[in-house]
Ligand binder design. Structure first.
Ligand code: NAG
Ligand code: NAG
Ligand code: NAG
Length: 432
């Protein structure tokens, strides 16, 4: 037991005495400093509080203890996902899917400072059971996307977010199953009223043309699908979506291209920010410049609403731009679709016959050059102007000749050429 701790706690002593649990009860969770045992919170409960949301509630340790102490609570979520945090409050609202049940623990803690713990109670746990239903009947593979539209009913632009979700029927769901979809954003909850159906008239997709979703807010989107059937209880399914991950950003508007610079050697590209509640500085752009003659494309990045690129003025260029909300305004988003192409310039016509006539001599020269190079490689040169051979080499060659003559009909013409080439060599050497 450190003296310094005794001194630090001298002022808190009366309160601590109340908090000291019987050592026998708390032996299992004994801390390094056994005299500083805190009692855990009491009456810890987990309740469903709206779609994909729970309310965790507890009371401070009994007997009014801790009135003079700066108690905090350390909360750990176990199911569906490990998560932990600390709070001074005795309740906390957490967005989390409920369809697999939720379990969590809480303990009382006393901090020396933000880095070190002075004391902690044992944990107390609670569980919210999974909602009833036959396994395999819940909707599966739920996907959602959002998109922003601008209102044309008011003079000042007002933005709203539409939501589209789709899912598959659970494997074990009876044919008469009907699914219903709800979303929650913040405290607003809404049921879908525009469903799409499969051949058995079961709802499998939903479209909200206008929602309470605000794309600039960091809240997650909660989506909940429950169902009913005459034959069995249908399990509900819920999921949280991060808006940045499902938001389909609109493409940039009014992309225009213009040839600029002396002799038209530059293209100037302008566009407007996408329809979005985010201001202009929140967008990053990708500019794709397609050279239609060469079929090549160059992609550039831009953080402003314009871009200038050097071009070759004998080609036609088509420019497409796409956008994303930058990390400065929210977590990285998906890219929008490409804008419709905006084109500029003309492909210069193909070379005329006169131009071809100029090109022809050059081509011939090139071919000749290549030929001479190939000839060198094949040692043809040395065969046309051979070095003086030694008699033994000539003998070897003749043996090869006679062998080839018997080898095959196909090789014959080749071999005859070979003989002709060897002709002068043999004349020079009257040995044969
Ligand atoms: C805990 O719950 C019990 C029963 O529900 C209740 O009698 C008791 O007063 C509660 N404790 C506190 C500290 O609120
Ligand atoms: C549904 O999701 C499961 C697992 O996530 C996947 O294996 C399956 O291919 C998906 N089905 C369809 C039709 O997309
Ligand atoms: C589905 O959930 C909604 C919202 O919680 C509820 O009002 C409705 O009664 C549920 N429907 C079924 C069939 O369980």
């Amino acid at each position: 037991m450190a003296c310094t701790q005794d001194l630090t706690l001298a002022a808190m002593a009366p309160a601590l005495l109340i908090l000291l649990g019987t050592v026998a009860v708390s032996q299992a969770d004994a801390l390094p400093d056994e005299t500083l045992l805190l009692l855990p919170p009491v009456n810890f409960t987990i309740q469903a509080a709206g779609l994909a949301q729970v309310l965790l509630r507890w009371q401070p340790p009994p007997d009014g203890a801790g009135a003079n102490l700066d108690l905090e609570y350390h909360v750990r979520m176990h199911t569906p996902q490990e998560d932990e945090y600390e709070t001074r409050s005795t309740e906390s609202r957490q967005a989390t899917p409920l369809h697999r049940g939720v379990s969590a623990s809480v303990r009382t803690i006393l901090r020396r400072d933000s880095h070190s713990l002075l004391a902690a109670s044992r944990w107390v746990s609670a569980r919210l059971e999974a909602p009833p239903g036959t396994p395999g009947t819940a909707a599966v593979n739920l996907t959602c996307t959002t998109n922003t539209a601008v209102g044309n009913d008011t003079p000042s632009a007002s933005y709203w977010v539409s939501l589209r979700c789709a899912w598959l029927v659970g494997e074990a769901a009876p044919q008469d199953t009907q699914y219903f979809l709800y979303y929650r954003f913040g405290s607003q909850t809404e049921e879908c009223w525009k469903y799409s159906r499969d051949a058995l008239q079961r709802n499998i997709a939903c479209w909200f043309p206008k929602t309470a979703i605000r794309s600039k807010r960091p809240d997650p989107l909660a989506v909940y699908v429950n169902g009913s059937s005459k034959f069995m209880a249908i399990q509900p399914f819920d999921q949280l979506f991060a808006l940045h991950a499902i938001d389909q950003v609109n493409p940039p508007q009014n992309v225009s291209t213009e040839v600029a610079g002396l002799e038209g050697t530059r293209v100037s590209i302008q566009w407007e920010k996408p329809v979005s509640a985010f201001p202009a500085h929140c967008f990053h752009y990708q500019v794709k410049i397609n050279n239609t003659r060469r079929g090549s494309a160059q992609t550039e990045h831009s953080t402003t609403n314009g871009f200038t690129s050097v071009i070759d003025n004998s080609s036609r260029y088509c420019v497409e731009v796409r956008a994303t909300v930058s990390a400065a305004c929210r977590a990285a988003s998906l890219w929008s679709a490409w804008s419709p192409p905006s084109c500029v310039g003309h492909d210069k016509p193909r070379p005329s016959p006169e131009q071809l006539l100029l090109v022809l001599p050059a081509t011939v020269c090139l071919v000749l050059l290549i030929c001479s190079f190939v000839c060198k490689i094949c040692h043809l040169w040395t065969r046309v102007f051979p070095p003086v051979p030694t008699p033994s080499r000539s003998l070897g060659n003749l043996e090869a000749m006679s062998y080839e003559k018997t080898a095959s009909q196909d090789a014959e013409s080749e071999v005859i050429m070979y003989v002709e080439e060897l002709g002068p060599e043999m004349l020079e050497h009257p040995v044969f």
